[in-house]
Write a protein that binds this ligand. Structure first.
Ligand SMILES: [Zn+2]
Length: 247
């Protein structure tokens, strides 16, 4: 028997200036890749966040009308910690986001507004690998983001966007999917890990509802374990992995 081969992850491209991260819920980026975001903004890059929902259905003990505004505040604070000041919400309904042209259109409009070279999203596959089932919101938003990166460049798809002054943007060069079970690329997380911990900790209401563990112990443990496991395929440095789709 031979040992299974561990394929090294390639370094993420770094010849870009603007990125747009599009995910379903508050905390998706903080669990998924904010150490990379912190490292990038720390190096002078501009990143904006677009969230399909306010995560209003995410806490069992809080009704959506109270939960949505609270999670929006936590998300804005959490983004600020990693150097992101632009956070937009598309107001789709948490838990029942529908994949389709309405979602693609909203994301294509965001891509045209922000004109990113790199688009970031979260795992759009059925599972996280193995038998850990993904949520329908992540699947819908991830797929629609991959699609909308192209829609944004086509004048004849969603022509009303151009009529509103959102000219086509065909400059997306890559879509990077965080949380993929088959990643191809990675970013050194060393410079961003501490801010990533503080960023995820801003989702305090959500985390306190999720675990009885001390929030900081839980968050630091979770993010460090993932970064170190990814680092085994990235020269031993703590890292954040992405599956990179080129355009
Ligand atoms: Zn989520």
């Amino acid at each position: 028997m031979t040992e299974p081969t561990i394929t090294p992850l390639q370094p993420m491209p770094d010849d870009w200036q603007r990125a747009l991260a599009v995910v379903a819920h508050p905390d998706d980026l903080e669990y998924g890749c904010s150490a990379a975001i912190a490292a990038w903004t720390g190096a002078g890059r501009e990143i904006a966040y677009v969230l399909a929902t306010r995560g209003e259905a995410g806490i069992d003990t809080l009704e959506p009308a109270r939960c949505g505004p609270l999670r929006e505040r936590e998300q804005r604070a959490s983004a600020a910690v990693v150097g992101v000041s632009v956070v937009e919400f598309l107001d789709h309904e948490d838990g029942v986001i529908e994949y389709g042209t309405a979602l693609r259109r909203d994301i294509a409009a965001a891509v045209r507004r922000h004109r990113p070279e790199l688009v970031i999203t979260l795992n759009h596959r059925d599972t996280w690998g193995g038998v850990a089932w993904n949520t329908p919101d992540h699947v819908a938003v991830g797929r629609a983001t991959l699609d909308a990166a192209a829609d944004a460049g086509n004048r004849w798809i969603f022509p009303d966007l151009a009529e509103q002054g959102l000219e086509p943007w065909n400059g997306v060069r890559w879509v990077a999917v965080a949380g993929s079970s088959t990643p191809t690329h990675a970013v050194d997380a060393t410079a961003g890990l501490e801010r990533a911990v503080r960023s995820l900790l801003e989702h305090r209401t959500y985390i306190e509802a999720l675990t009885d563990e001390d929030p900081e112990t839980y968050v630091r443990g979770f993010l460090t374990r993932h970064a170190e496991a990814t680092g085994e395929r990235f020269g031993g440095r703590p890292a954040v992995a992405f599956k990179l789709f080129s355009r």
